[in-house]
Design a protein around this ligand. Structure first.
Ligand SMILES: *Cc1c(COP(=O)(O)O)cnc(C)c1O
Length: 970
């Protein structure tokens, strides 16, 4: 017998994860390299990446491990977290995620791998889900227009402050904040107020508006409802007085409480903000959760963030799409009113579905139960002689225990319950959906008020509610049928499936979006996110209960610093936009500390992402635009001229590298040096880091600060438009100005840095296991290989398409970086076929369109990422080439300009089953390549092309009456 044994040590290796993450295998790569004209990946990247920035050493990261090994390590980290019953409150609550939502939304790639719904025809499922969310928020807050999520409650409050100043009558004066607002909200509002010259006044508003404030003028008022202490107050008098002063009133409200309490809208508020976390979204040590904002009618067009609205398609059928897109920072740049881009779509979908599943009566029952526990808790304390501070509350009881607060909190902790020590004399106890009888018993005994839990029913019988009669809610909410039809699990499962089926996500095919890096989000990376040890921690839990998290966070920060060449990283910013703001605030603080407060000019190339300019304005800077040269690079002459002109006021240059034009600019090191010579700092927008990891390090080629997008480069899924994590990475001189947090000082530099930019100390900590796992699975070699293959993929596509569409910009050696821009403008001029037509036609071919008209109007930016294999890359190139041939048939006059497969794309089944008056066949319309695979795997868009402008003129942003849909059922 021949010996076919393979050494055990070799067998033990298994398949390296990098071979699963990277799509093209060795044979594919060889073919691609041949097409691009290089012998090896190293030769290719040596030619593409400028020598001046290339690193020579390997990254110092732990050796890659296989999936089983990494899962075991993660289990070890999880085991070092201790999950106690949380009764801390302060905006984070225990909640039961309905398993049907947990598995079919949060753990379902059809939802979590989707992109932001800029292509509405392939996004009708998540757009409907977001419309549900908006309807929940709008109904519960009693304000007519709600957005499709903000980053968290604290940043939503800061956005409300900015909105108040923008739209209100009073432009001067203070922003008045009630002292009973959540402490993290107050802190974030302060961080955001200072650079824009807004003075925040925090005062106890329970007795009305202080004279001092009234005398100085008040442009906005922020109150919490119920308050952080639990107090429920009638705000009507305060609102009237604020309105008399011309102020805009924002109420930060708890959505669950609003199922029982009079809505902010009815109390007269202009804006409501908050979080939807307790609607079925795990606490996750701080996030991600969907923040919300709702506004009165007259503010609808000024609402920050995305807004889903109803419009109609080419058949006149109702269809959803993002409304008022022209307000987005992409377009408005330094005139943008907010820098928010990535939001919290996946979590908004969950919260909306929680309301769909429970319905209005189910939500009210959860709220009632939560309230009864709080009422009984207070009654039990009072009967034992403990002073309860407020008579009216919803879920939170503040007890006064002079000098004993620490002792009570410690006793509760020993019994497995976390309480909140408000100060030396006060303890806060918050009930939620998960509170049970045993918890009450544990809390009572921690207060030294032990009582027999068996007499709870007797206590219940003699304890009245603690909700003020005058604030009980009487109006109906969530009356739309969607909140009544899906109450059995079967119905809910099918509803979720039906919506997911309408959408195109990475589980169907490639999403070649330039700048967005839609790469693999591996299942092994996603798994830990919903483990209770990661999902159920309160962000303000004592640090010794979060050892596993804190180790993971420290390691991730260190490894990201190693990859980027910076010295310190903060994971707090919960989107790239917030990382930008944090980084610019650090630059600002640095100039102030070195006695140069006059440095406030931010140079930004004209090709920059819109968030850059928007963030600069929010950081109190003046934006000066630098021109782009013919070849797409930053115009060096213009840059030098602008540096000279603004030398004394130059704060920072903000550039994206590789550039948003998808090329490695040769002279980046020289550009950095010129800015430094003029006394400025260099901010490198790290959204394109997928072209650099393992090849070059911005912190070493001259930059001072960057943000990264973990939801691009480091595998956090896009979620349909969030969540994200946007760490800010800095050289050591900026480290003292990283974000801090008032409730977890260890989360930031000594002294608290620039203050918090997010509500939670480590931002969206709950999804950090994804990026941690990715780095652990890939190791230095795997990461470098991934970058090289990403660059190879982009160059392969550029080469295959260049004969059919001009590639707009290239860098050294005629190569692109990890993405390429193809120019459709000449074809549009010649044939009338628009960039939209090409994007929509790709849907018929089974693709998500590339990034459209960014950074250059009339172009497509294609980023294949390393995860797409050669078969998928070829399928895409073949589709683009076939579309080019179709364009030619329009150009030649064979097909009329207004009736051809491009102009009519995408095509639906409804169209096929109706009359067919077109000069091309049904077959050409929906099975253009005629292959078996195409028919087997066909994605059918549920609607035809959507008329966005119609919807903007007729703004409808909550669930439309069902009859409208019925009209078009046939
Ligand atoms: C995505 C992106 C941003 C913004 O990041 P968000 O996470 O969406 O806030 C900024 N700059 C560039 C170049 C980007 O591609």
């Amino acid at each position: 017998m021949t010996d076919r044994r393979i050494p055990l040590s070799a067998l033990e290796q298994g398949t390296p994860f990098a071979a699963r993450h990277i799509g093209p295998d060795a044979r594919d790569r060889a073919k691609m390299l041949a097409q691009v004209g290089f012998g090896s990946l190293d030769d290719l990247t040596a030619a593409a990446v400028p020598e001046s920035i290339r690193t020579t050493e390997a990254l110092r990261l732990p050796e890659a491990r296989d999936e089983a090994g990494v899962l075991a390590e993660l289990r070890g980290l999880a085991a070092r977290n201790t999950v106690l019953r949380s009764m801390i409150g302060l905006g984070y609550h225990g909640t039961f995620t309905p398993p049907v939502i947990l598995r079919n939304v949060l753990e379902n790639p059809a939802w979590y791998t989707a992109y932001t719904p800029y292509q509405p025809e392939i996004s009708q499922g998540r757009l409907e889900a977001l419309l549900n969310f908006q309807t929940v928020v709008s109904d519960l807050t009693g304000l007519p227009t709600a957005g499709a999520s903000l980053l968290d409650e604290a940043t939503a409050a800061a956005e409300a402050m900015a909105l108040s100043r923008r739209v209100g009558k009073v432009k001067e004066g203070v922003f008045l904040v009630d002292a009973d607002c959540l402490p993290q909200t107050v802190a974030v509002v302060r961080t955001r107020a200072e650079p824009t010259g807004v003075e925040v006044m925090v005062a106890d508003l329970s007795g009305g508006i202080p004279d001092e404030a009234a005398e100085r003028g008040v442009f906005g008022v922020l109150v919490q409802y119920p308050g952080a202490s639990g107090a429920v107050r009638d705000l009507r008098g305060l609102v009237d007085r604020a309105h008399d002063l011309g102020a805009v009133v924002t109420v930060a409200a708890d959505l669950l409480a609003l199922t029982l309490l009079t809505s902010p809208g009815e109390l007269g508020a202009d804006i409501a903000v908050g979080t939807s976390q307790r609607f079925g979204v795990p606490m996750g040590f701080g996030g991600p959760h969907a923040g919300y904002m709702a506004v009165r009618d007259s503010f609808a067009r000024s609402l920050p963030g995305r807004l889903v609205g109803v419009s109609r398609d080419a058949d006149g059928a109702p269809a959803y799409r993002l409304a008022l897109q022209t307000r987005e920072q992409h377009i408005r740049r330094e005139k943008a009113t907010s820098n928010i881009c990535t939001a919290q779509v996946l979590l908004a979908v969950m919260a909306g579905m929680y309301a769909v599943y429970h319905g209005p009566d189910g939500l009210a029952a959860i709220a009632r139960r939560t309230h009864r526990y709080a009422a009984l808790l207070a009654a039990g304390l009072r009967e034992a002689g403990v002073e309860v501070v407020h008579d009216a509350f919803f879920d939170t009881v503040t007890a006064r225990v002079p000098g004993r607060a620490a002792e009570v909190v410690a006793a509760a902790r020993a019994a497995g319950v976390n309480l909140w020590q408000a100060d030396a004399d006060h303890v806060g106890v918050t009930c939620d959906e998960t509170t049970g009888r045993g918890d009450l018993a544990a809390v009572w005994s921690a207060f030294g008020a032990a009582r027999d839990a068996s007499d709870l029913d007797a206590l219940d019988a003699r304890t009245p509610d603690a909700l003020p009669e005058g604030l009980l809610r009487h109006d109906a909410y969530l009356t739309h049928p969607v909140f009544h039809r899906h109450r059995s699990e079967t119905a809910m499962l099918r509803y979720l499936r039906r919506l997911a089926d309408r959408d195109y996500a990475l589980d169907r095919g490639m999403i070649p979006l330039g700048s967005c890096t839609m790469k693999l989000n591996a299942t092994v990376e996603m798994e830990p996110v919903t483990w209770p040890e990661f999902a159920e921690l309160h962000p303000f839990a004592p640090a010794d209960q979060a050892e596993g998290y804190l180790s993971m966070i420290r390691e991730l920060e260190e490894r990201l610093a190693e990859i980027t060449g910076y010295d310190r990283v903060s994971l707090q910013p919960n989107a790239g936009s917030q990382g930008e703001l944090a980084g610019l605030l650090a630059v600002r603080a640095h100039h102030r500390a070195t006695g140069q407060p006059g440095r406030n000019v931010c140079l930004i190339p004209s090709s920059a992402h819109g968030t850059n300019a928007a963030s600069a304005v929010m950081a109190g800077m003046r934006v000066v635009v630098v021109a782009t040269g013919e070849n797409g690079d930053v115009d060096a002459d213009d840059l030098r001229a602008k540096i000279e002109k603004h030398a004394d006021e130059l704060a920072v240059l903000m550039v994206t590298y590789p550039s948003t034009h998808g090329v490695f600019e040769e002279d980046i090191a020289g550009i950095c040096a010129a800015v430094h010579d003029a006394g400025g700092q260099v901010y490198v927008d790290g959204a394109n880091l997928n072209a650099l990891v393992g090849l070059a390090r911005p912190g070493r080629f001259g930059a001072d600060v960057s943000h990264l997008n973990l939801h691009k480069t480091f595998c956090i899924p896009h979620g349909g438009g969030g969540p994200g994590v946007g760490p800010v990475a800095v050289r050591s001189h900026l480290a003292p100005y990283l974000p801090g947090h008032p409730l977890q000082p260890t989360a930031g530099p000594a002294g608290g840095g620039i203050g918090p930019v997010a509500a939670a100390p480590w931002g969206s900590a709950g999804i950090l296991p994804i990026s941690w796992a990715y780095l652990r699975l890939m190791g230095a070699e795997g990461l470098r290989r991934a970058t090289q293959v990403a660059v190879l993929g982009a160059n392969y596509i550029a080469k295959r398409l260049e004969a059919h569409y001009p590639v707009l910009y290239t860098g050294p050696g005629g190569l692109v970086a990890h993405e390429c821009i193809i120019d459709v403008r000449p074809l549009t001029r010649a044939t009338g076929v628009s960039i939209d037509d090409v994007a929509k036609r790709l849907i018929d071919y089974g693709f998500h369109a590339p990034t459209m008209s960014f950074p250059v109007a009339g172009t497509l930016m294609i980023e294949p990422t390393e995860s797409e294999n050669l078969a998928e890359l070829d399928r895409f190139c073949d589709a683009m080439i076939a579309i080019r041939a179709e364009i030619d048939r329009v150009g030649s006059g064979e097909w009329p300009k207004d009736d051809n497969p491009l102009a009519n794309a995408p095509h639906t089944t409804a169209q096929l089953s109706g009359e067919w008056p077109h000069p091309y066949t049904r077959q050409q319309a929906v099975f253009p390549t005629g292959t078996r695979e195409e028919r087997d795997g066909k994605y059918w868009p549920p609607v035809r092309r959507i008329d966005g402008a119609f919807g903007d003129r007729n703004l409808v942003c909550s669930c439309p009456p069902v009859a409208e849909h019925a009209d078009h059922a046939g």
